[in-house]
Write a protein that binds this ligand. Structure first.
Ligand code: FES
Ligand code: FES
Length: 166
């Protein structure tokens, strides 16, 4: 078995120091070492977006990201959003628009949407669809997801999305 190597990183504002083998992914570390199981393991090969987290504010597939190169980085998972029992505004909007069905895709979608809105507070529907291009949802048909995110940015002159792929 490969030797474990020390790894320090910050997850949701808390500094952690662990020892991990070189093949461990960020998803492995989050779910199995830190028990941050809000980050989902779907395809485990970069195709579904269920494992999406933010690294220094940018969405990444945690299933494809080896943990050791992330030494010193700042990770945000779904557990880091909201305050106590209060949902993050993206989560509130998704609930209010009836976009949450089985919910498996939602941690990834919420974090992708947060990154988009942080960088671009008034995205167009097209920009939202583009941003969500790596997030698969098998339940919603995407229209309500896109509509929820659009409502936060209040884009002017946009018609509500009518469905289809993001
Ligand atoms: S589990 Fe990482 S992209 Fe599907
Ligand atoms: S709500 Fe079920 S996969 Fe998106």
């Amino acid at each position: 078995m490969a030797e474990k190597i020390p790894l320090s990183l910050t997850v949701n504002g808390t500094a952690h120091t662990l020892a991990v083998t070189p093949e461990r992914t960020l998803l492995d570390v989050l779910r199995e070492e830190l028990r941050a199981t809000g980050t989902k393991r779907g395809c485990d090969q970069g195709s579904c977006g269920a494992c999406m987290v933010l690294v220094d504010g940018e969405p990444v597939f945690s299933c494809l990201s080896l943990a050791l190169p992330l030494r010193g980085r700042d990770i945000t998972t779904i557990e880091g959003l909201g305050a106590g029992s209060e949902l993050h505004p993206v989560q509130q909007a998704l609930v209010q628009h009836g976009a949450v069905q089985c919910g498996f895709c939602m941690p990834g979608i919420v974090l992708t949407a947060k990154a988009l809105l942080d960088a671009n507070p008034h995205p167009t529907v097209e920009e939202i669809r583009q941003a969500l291009g790596s997030n698969v949802c098998r339940c919603s048909g995407y229209a309500k997801v896109v509509g929820a995110i659009a409502s936060l940015g209040e884009p002017s002159g946009q018609k509500p999305p009518t469905g289809g792929q993001p």
